[in-house]
Design a binder for this molecule. Structure first.
Ligand code: HEM
Length: 349
């Protein structure tokens, strides 16, 4: 969350003033402390473990099918609006206990915040203000959920985060509410543009390589393996920065403690020593030890859900829309910036 707020510092004054309505600074009473913030993250990893994602299998299949029904009903157009943008929120809705009627507002708010935090500085003032305006009701809606769960706890992940924040020593009700909302915003944000963009980049690459798309249409069971290869080739997060905490030798270079390092996942994913013919799409590639979700103890906690959502969506898309194709020469459009964040993918069939 702190990262998201730091990114906001580069926005126009008007956009920042608007966002202040959603993110006023913590008052001294509300400041939760590091223990509570760290504790808040614990239930998240449990909620999206491989076992919990498997237990949600039937609901996730139904969620994906409903989004593809929507694409079918809308007809040719932007795949991101119909499927890619709602997919991550709809996929988390069961764990978080979101009500169906709130999903459109949650999708719009999460999407606006993800664009502002990743591409905001490259947008003009009017666009920044429009997006900031969509973030405020989103934050208020999340606050309403958290307030309800504080008053009447349930078994969902929001209730578990509330309990974890309280266990972390934060007892002031306003502090518990703020910390839980910020944890939710960070959780939803981490899975939003990443999953949306992965779907867009993967479908575009498959459609550009007709043979792989036809293979998936004939055998959607190939989707989980294909998704690993698609994630390897088109990592939405290209790189993240790190700081060494002790002297280390990395790729032959000796680095002192405290050195800033840019870990370029996208480059590692094309390392010829690890991936033969690394620029080519091979949907049956095994092994496929890509770094698109990071690596080690801080790797992506949502990777099992992301894999399930992407393979489910791509497999069913290929089966139901075997004639899918990009529409127009600039069908795939990205937001400006270092990462590969998809704005639109126009398709027809
Ligand atoms: C294709 C989709 C996704 C990609 C490519 C992706 C990628 C990543 C990467 C590269 C990291 C950082 C790892 C590191 O620091 O080494 C990360 C962290 C994280 N991801 Fe994902 N992610 C995806 C989907 C999701 C989903 C669906 C969720 C939520 C269920 C999620 C939740 C998180 C969280 C909570 C973190 C930790 C953030 C932090 O430590 O500040 N991600 N993800």
């Amino acid at each position: 969350m702190a990262g998201v707020l730091r990114v906001m510092e580069v926005l126009s004054n008007d956009a920042r003033t608007e966002l202040q309505k959603a993110f006023p600074p913590f008052t001294p009473d509300e400041e939760p402390g590091d223990a509570a913030r760290l504790k808040a993250r614990e239930p998240i990893a449990r909620a999206f473990s491989p076992e919990r994602v498997r237990a949600m299998n039937a609901e996730l299949t139904a969620t994906i099918s409903a989004l593809l029904d929507r694409l079918d009903q809308r007809g040719p157009g932007d795949l991101m609006t119909a499927v890619g943008r709602p997919l991550p929120i709809h996929g988390k809705a069961l764990a978080l206990g979101f009500r169906d009627e709130d999903l459109p507002a949650l999708v719009d708010g999460a999407y606006a915040l993800s664009v502002l935090s990743s591409a905001g500085a490259s947008l003009d003032g009017a666009k920044q203000l429009e997006l900031a305006g969509a973030v405020v009701p989103y934050q208020r809606l999340l606050t309403d959920y958290v307030t309800e769960r504080i008053a009447s706890p349930g078994t969902d992940l929001i209730s578990q985060i509330v309990t974890a924040v309280q266990d972390g020593g934060s007892t002031h009700t306003a502090a518990v509410a703020r910390t839980t909302v910020e944890t939710l915003i960070a959780l939803i944000g981490a899975g939003q543009s990443t999953t949306t963009s992965s779907l867009g980049l993967a479908v575009h690459r498959l459609l550009s390589d007709g043979a792989s798309w036809r293979a998936l249409a004939a055998n959607p069971g190939l989707a989980p393996q294909a998704v690993e290869e698609l994630l390897r080739l088109d990592s939405p997060i290209q790189a993240l920065s790190r700081r060494t905490t002790c002297p280390v030798t990395l790729g032959g270079a000796e680095l002192e403690s405290g050195t800033n390092v840019m870990a370029v996942f996208a480059s590692a994913n094309r390392d010829e020593a690890e991936f033969g013919d690394s620029d080519s799409l091979r949907i049956r590639r095994t092994p496929n030890r890509h770094l698109t979700f990071g690596h080690g103890p801080r790797s992506c906690v949502g990777m099992h859900l992301a894999r399930r959502l992407l393979s489910g969506a791509i497999g069913e898309l290929a089966q139901r829309f075997p004639d899918l194709r990009p529409s127009g020469e600039k069908a795939l459009r990205l937001w400006p910036g270092m990462h590969r964040l998809v704005r639109a993918l126009d398709v027809e069939w």
